[in-house]
Design a protein around this ligand. Structure first.
Ligand SMILES: NC(=O)c1ccc[n+]([C@@H]2O[C@H](COP(=O)([O-])OP(=O)(O)OC[C@H]3O[C@@H](n4cnc5c(N)ncnc54)[C@H](OP(=O)(O)O)[C@@H]3O)[C@@H](O)[C@H]2O)c1
Length: 459
């Protein structure tokens, strides 16, 4: 590669002298406590990581006994000014050469997307080089292939930053809670949608206005589909399920509903009943089967997840021994994400130096996945009905026909404005769907409006 051969290193703010890297091209810096890092990508996360390594290098060396040196960085456009403390000659547009570089001991993948990230990560693992990645899309799509390769090569594949950015989740699940049986992990894992739902609740604004505000603040992309429709959260939910339950889950296995159907009226109705609406990613294991889903959920105001506001993320973990546990913080942003990447990088570097290996997630099992029809929740339903005697009894009968039991009912408005709002006890999704189909055929039911899952009675 051209990292040390070409380009003017002059005029850059870098301090890394050429002497840090074995000038003879020899590897094995790890042996003397110096670990060469190859970076795939230098965008929001990669550039923040380079600055952190520069700023905290001495502290890391004191605490962890390793010296990190960024040896080579792959980008698409080598001509762009990166404003990072690294000589320009360390940059290349030949990503494979970073993986192959003899002085690169650990590869950090922060380029995003599935290809060429997948090929590069596999190549690094096959060469015995540990990999740190922040790429949820990659793990949620081809995680099994990557974990299997890491397993057979006996090298670390670390990915703390891929779920909820700066919040430590993977390590607590994999290490601190390794002896517990995790029953469920529920997360607010998408900052954009949490910001939008918070604005809607605070100002009563419609989704489009709240989304426009998020875009102005840089929380939402120009095309917000991945966030709003729950794709981003679904990828993270798949990774959570892999870690928490050791199950082979890909993003496509995750049942997904975004927030595009949530109206200001739903949020107001939820507030009246003592709930806030959150987009939750839920991974749970019930009777040996794993269920993974993302959908808007009415969360009781007293639940810890209800107090997670704006663009903050949180993970609520339920384990047999630990009970309930919540982790919250910044789920995105270059610096918080780079902080999580750096934690992994230090771990991988320490393991290299000591000749050991970090905790692995082990072989992923082909556990049965519970289809959404079989999942049980409480439900909120709202419907416009004719204000006539006997209507309520006819509606209640339809619920009963499908084994769905009503926990509470309220009538709102009278005459042509009459609406009934129900919250059910726990019911199977399939039974609730059948009830809805039946209710739509009742003449006195003019319209079935919102239907939302409610967090409450649990198995
Ligand atoms: N940003 C966050 O808040 C956040 C949070 C959690 C996880 N992540 C994950 O972290 C990863 C990086 O995110 P980011 O926000 O830093 O992305 P970004 O700003 O778009 O940066 C991507 C970097 O990768 C380089 N790159 C892309 N394709 C390449 C290729 N084929 N060959 C060589 N270089 C290539 C780009 O080069 P150029 O600069 O030349 O275009 C750029 O430097 C993603 O997987 C993302 O999902 C990000």
């Amino acid at each position: 590669m051209d990292a040390d051969g070409e380009g003017s290193g002059e005029g850059v703010t870098g301090h890394l002298g050429d002497d840090v890297v074995g000038g003879d091209g020899s590897s094995g810096g790890a042996a003397d406590g110096v670990v060469g890092v190859g970076l795939l990508g230098c965008g929001n996360v990669g550039s923040a990581l380079i600055r952190l390594v520069e700023d905290h290098g001495d502290t890391i060396e004191t605490r962890a006994g390793v010296r990190l040196e960024v040896v080579a960085v792959a980008v698409r456009d080598v001509a762009r000014d990166r404003d990072v403390p690294l000589p320009a000659r360390r940059f290349t547009d030949d990503a494979a050469s970073v993986v192959d570089h003899p002085d690169v001991d650990v590869v950090v993948e922060v380029m995003g997307g599935v290809e060429p990230a997948r090929e590069l990560v596999l190549a690094a693992l096959e060469k015995g080089k540990p990999v740190v990645t922040a790429n949820k899309e990659l793990l949620a799509d081809v995680g099994k292939e990557l974990f299997d390769t890491a397993e057979s090569a006996g090298v670390d594949l670390l990915f703390e930053a891929s779920v909820a950015g700066g919040i430590p989740l993977i390590r607590p699940l994999r290490e601190s809670l390794a002896g517990d049986r995790i029953r469920r992990v529920m997360g607010i894992v998408n900052g954009t949608t949490n910001y939008v739902l918070t604005r809607m609740a605070d100002d009563g604004s419609p989704l489009a206005d709240a989304l426009a505000a998020a875009q102005e603040l840089g929380y939402a992309e120009a095309d917000p589909t991945a966030d709003v429709e729950g794709y981003d959260a679904a990828a993270k939910a798949a990774i959570i399920a892999m870690i928490a339950f050791g199950a082979r889950v890909v993003a496509g296995d995750v049942y997904r509903e975004g927030i595009s159907g949530v109206g200001a009226g739903d949020i107001a109705a939820a507030a009246d009943l003592g709930y806030v609406v959150k987009l939750l990613a839920v991974a749970e294991e019930v009777d040996g089967a794993v269920a993974v889903r993302v959908h808007p959920t009415m969360v009781p105001v007293r639940h810890p997840l209800a107090s997670v506001l704006d663009s903050f993320n949180a993970l609520f973990i339920e384990g047999d021994a630990v009970g309930e546990l919540m982790l919250t913080g910044r789920g995105a942003g270059g610096l918080p994400t780079a902080s999580a990447v750096l934690g992994d990088l230090v771990d991988a570097a320490k393991n290299l130096v000591s000749g050991g290996r970090g905790a692995t997630i082990g072989p992923l099992a082909r556990k049965p996945l519970r289809p959404i029809d079989e999942v049980e929740s409480q439900f909120y339903l709202d419907m416009e009905v004719a204000d006539q005697p006997g209507v309520l009894a006819r509606i209640a009968e339809r619920f009963g026909d499908h084994g769905v039991s009503i926990r509470s009912m309220q009538q709102r408005g009278i005459g042509a404005e009459a609406r009934l709002v129900f919250i059910t006890h726990r019911a199977r999704e399939a039974d609730l769907r059948a009830t809805l189909a039946d209710l739509r055929s009742v003449e006195a039911v003019h319209h079935v409006g919102s239907v939302m899952r409610v967090l409450g009675e649990e198995p």
